[in-house]
Design a protein around this ligand. Structure first.
Ligand code: BES
Ligand code: ZN
Length: 584
């Protein structure tokens, strides 16, 4: 037995899946998918085939002739789920599993009409990263293995499905529609993604359209109008875009992330709709994953920094190309703040603050933090600074060319980099980033004129002249840098002058609410409570619940808000908030 990924039952001595044929009927009444998954293996090999599953109700397994195959579904383990072991006879390389998903499938969120923008139709979406695909399809749920797939979804005729794949056709039969998709590029299972709801779309450019509920479509199209310029900027930095289309899907508010890089169809939180395009760095980030993550993929969650650190680096290069180095530096400074906070948060688990993690027995959702993002970014910046930008750009291109449509480990990254940039890893003390906790003293520090101006105003009430050119990112940085002991008068004056409690920019609003409540300025408490009922994005729920839970007076406000809204949060978000409240 050789299990190379601590989060999968996949045994690397067994044959790999080459293609998946997936058929599912979406039943909103019972909150189940009634489905059939046909796996075609790269080669036939008699013996056991181990698949990952979670909460699947397995109805039967047959070979390509329809003959039943023996299988054993093991009792679930806490993080991995249940191993489905199928005994393959000589010569069989295709098998079909008939099953249905659980209403509690960890990758799916079923929304009632009242949880959508339109309020009339239900909505369903998937979120498979890191190890939730197994709750939707029985498969080898490790990013070491890439599959091509075809899929067909049967949905109520009044609804539209979308998938992170190429649309083939829609047929209507009776009260249902069947929609067919094809994914010609091989992808790791965590990139399987779909959504069903009242969805319409608008063209944004030759390779992009945005999907949203009709009520939200125009605002989304305005916010993301610049996506084609972003694609062009990214291509000029990282080479041709390999996924043909870059469509966007505006999610309902309970989507737990800012964005998810589902290939051909990035999922985005509606909290990005600020009205002024100020949060589109998230789009740049998900687009950058088209190279770093989707094309060159981490071999397991233990090497997650290879996805996210490279992507943050690429995101800031795109930002720099489109908006200039000052803007990129502001984002790097925000990143450094969030890194320091995460290091503090994980101080009791220093081993989780190294880039290369060891996660046997650890749930990737619980290990998730900004560390792989921002410490990974700093390592790549340090390397870039050490060898110079032109050399580093060449390195990046060769890295992408060498590992495209493959997965790699941190150790392979080290070997490759050592060969390409001899001595560079030692020069920046890469081992300290990769294998040791914390951040090296020598790590690059973002510097810029705008950052220095902000630093001078720290803890003060800036004048209208100071703030007249501020972008929302500067407001966010200013607010996140407020000393904990800032007097309440400063907060009162700030709100009176700049109406921060009324901010439409979700990043500014959350930075304001957290800073104010942390300092004991309670006037925006009502807005905080209200906001906890408007969004489900973990990046906002976690700090808001944490700051409320850390004060004796506000703990009951936090509990009451969770009581009221918890059922509407995504299961992953609910779990995160529960943990915060349990520790309070
Ligand atoms: N791939 C991640 C989201 C993710 C990570 C989902 C791990 C599940 C498990 C996505 O690309 C991401 O990083 N989103 C960020 C965007 C930000 C860094 C610009 C987010 O959601 O905030
Ligand atoms: Zn990412």
């Amino acid at each position: 037995m050789a299990r190379l990924d601590p989060h999968s039952y996949n045994d690397s001595t067994q044959p790999e899946t080459e293609t998946l044929d997936w058929k599912a009927r979406v039943d909103f009444r019972t909150r189940r998918l009634h489905a059939e998954a046909t796996l075609t293996l790269k080669e036939a090999s008699a013996g056991p085939l181990d698949l990952d599953t979670r909460d699947l109700d397995i109805r039967g397994v047959v070979d390509d002739q329809g003959r039943p195959l023996p299988y054993i579904l093991s009792p679930p383990e806490p993080i991995l789920g249940s191993r489905l072991r199928i005994e393959l006879p000589e010569g069989v390389k295709q098998l079909t599993v008939r099953y249905r998903t659980s209403p509690e499938a960890s990758a799916l969120q079923w929304l009632t009409p009242s949880q959508t923008a339109g309020g009339q139709q239900p909505f369903l979406f998937s979120q498979c990263q890191a190890i939730h695909a197994r709750s939707v399809v029985p498969l080898q749920d490790t990013p070491r293995i890439r599959i091509r797939y075809r899929a067909s979804l049967r949905v109520p005729k009044g609804l539209k499905s979308v998938m992170a794949a190429s649309f083939v056709a829609r047929e209507e039969h009776g009260v249902e529609a069947e929609e067919h998709y094809e994914m010609p590029q091989p992808v790791p299972p965590y990139l399987l993604a779909f959504a069903v709801g009242s969805l319409t779309s608008k063209e944004l450019g030759p390779r992009s359209r945005v999907w949203a509920e009709p009520e939200a479509l125009e605002d989304a199209a305005d916010e993301f109008a610049g996506v084609d310029d972003m694609l062009k900027a990214a291509e000029s930095l990282f080479g041709p875009y390999d996924w043909e289309r870059f469509d966007l899907l505006l999610m309902p508010p309970s989507f737990p992330y800012g964005g998810m890089e589902n290939p051909r169809l990035t999922f985005l939180t509606p909290t990005l709709i600020a009205g002024d395009k100020s949060l589109v760095n998230v789009v740049a980030h998900e687009l950058a994953h088209s190279w770093t993550g989707n094309l060159v993929t981490n071999a397991s969650a233990e090497h997650f920094w290879l996805n996210e650190g490279f992507t943050v680096f690429a995101e800031r290069r795109i930002l720099e190309a489109l908006a200039g180095p000052e803007v990129a530096a502001l984002h790097a400074a925000l990143g450094r703040r969030s890194l320091d906070e995460a290091l503090h948060h994980f101080r009791a688990h220093p081993q989780l603050t190294a880039l290369r993690t060891h996660l046997s027995g650890v749930d990737p959702d619980e290990a998730f933090s900004q560390i792989p993002y921002e410490k990974g970014y700093l390592l790549l910046r340090a390397l870039e600074d050490a060898v110079g930008r032109p050399t580093f750009d060449g390195f990046l291109r060769r890295y992408l060319a060498k590992y495209r449509f493959q997965a790699l480990t941190t150790e392979e990254f080290v070997r490759f980099t050592e060969g390409e940039l001899p001595g560079a890893l030692a020069k920046v003390d890469a081992d300290a980033y990769l294998n040791r906790p914390g951040v090296p003293e020598s790590a690059p520090r973002p510097t810029s004129a705008r950052l220095e101006a902000l630093e001078r105003l720290r803890g003060k009430v800036p004048s209208q002249a100071d703030t007249k050119d501020w972008t929302p990112t500067e407001w966010q940085l200013f607010l996140e840098s407020m000393p904990v002991d800032t007097s309440k008068d400063v907060f009162r004056e700030l709100d009176a002058k700049y109406a921060l409690t009324g901010s439409r920019n979700s990043e500014v609003l959350v930075a304001w609410l957290v800073a104010a409540l942390r300092a004991g300025f309670d006037a925006p408490l009502g807005r905080a409570e209200e906001f906890l009922g408007e969004v489900g994005r973990m990046k906002y729920l976690k700090p808001l619940y944490s700051v409320l839970a850390s004060s004796r007076d506000h703990r009951k406000v936090a509990r009451a808000a969770f009581e009221k809204h918890g059922a509407r949060y995504h299961p992953i978000a609910r779990q995160g908030v529960e943990l915060i409240l349990a520790r309070a």
